[in-house]
Write a protein that binds this ligand. Sequence first.
Ligand code: B12
Length: 228
Amino acid sequence: MKTISAEEIRCRAKELGADLCGIASVERFDDAPPGFHPTDVALGCKSVIVLAARFPSSTLAASSQAAYTFVRNRLVDRIDSITVQISSELEQLGYCAVPIPSSDPYDYWDDSRRHGQGILSLKHAAVRAGLGHMGKNTLLVNDELGNMLWLGAVLIDKELEPDLIAGYQTCNPDCRICLDSCPANALDGTTIDQRKCRGVSAKYTEGGGGVYACNLCRKLCPQNKGIK
Ligand code: B12
């Protein structure tokens, strides 16, 4: 087996087009509820490599939600291509490396609550890899990119030097902008009611496909482009 360092992985991720890359040791997930731990996905996981791509914020200024949705869909392809490529390269070096889908597919779906669950929560993984903290809208906020980023991850069976947990704070304690602006009243400051959110954000037309019709919790956040 050829050995690889955390730094080499970070450089490769950036070469492939990631804007951010952070690494978490699996011990940082000790507080994860059952079913949400990286070893529930890959038994031998020792480190979680988390990547992020910048989500162009000009899309928030467009009057049509199609531009935002189009960019979101291309970022799914881009981040997923990077995590699949990194996993393949790590596997060729002799490691077991499992890429996490940045969106679909996932196994768990509760139709009665319209509640889905990714095979690993990428926001929680990003916090533990030093990429930021979650805001009241439940989204990850990074100091440089704000909440305008798209996440991906790779689980690897190698201990790697982890990044430091982000030292900055998100959300002014008095701020309620995302909570008060949600048209579905889906946010309570720590969790989201998926049924309510999906009711206003997922729109389909027979001819035009699907659009994300609401992103107000992201758009109106004073930290959406970074932490001043
Ligand atoms: C399902 C899903 C949704 C659902 C639910 C969102 C949610 N907040 O969970 C819906 C349809 C509502 C949704 C909407 C959106 N989404 Co979405 N979504 C996902 C997806 C595919 C899975 C998330 C998931 O599993 N949620 C279910 C679980 C984790 O949530 P939960 O049951 O509340 O979990 C609790 C506990 O189980 C526990 N827990 C869970 N894991 C862990 C781990 C540890 C260590 C600990 C301690 C605790 C813990 O803590 C939670 C709170 O109590 C992720 C991709 C991914 N794999 O992460 C993208 C993702 C979260 N979505 C994303 C985005 C951008 C959006 C939208 C902005 C899209 C839009 N409309 O424009 C909105 C934002 C709405 C919002 N404020 O969250 C991004 C977020 C980027 C960021 N900056 O954070 C992600 C990460 C996709 C990506 N690859 O970047 N989404």
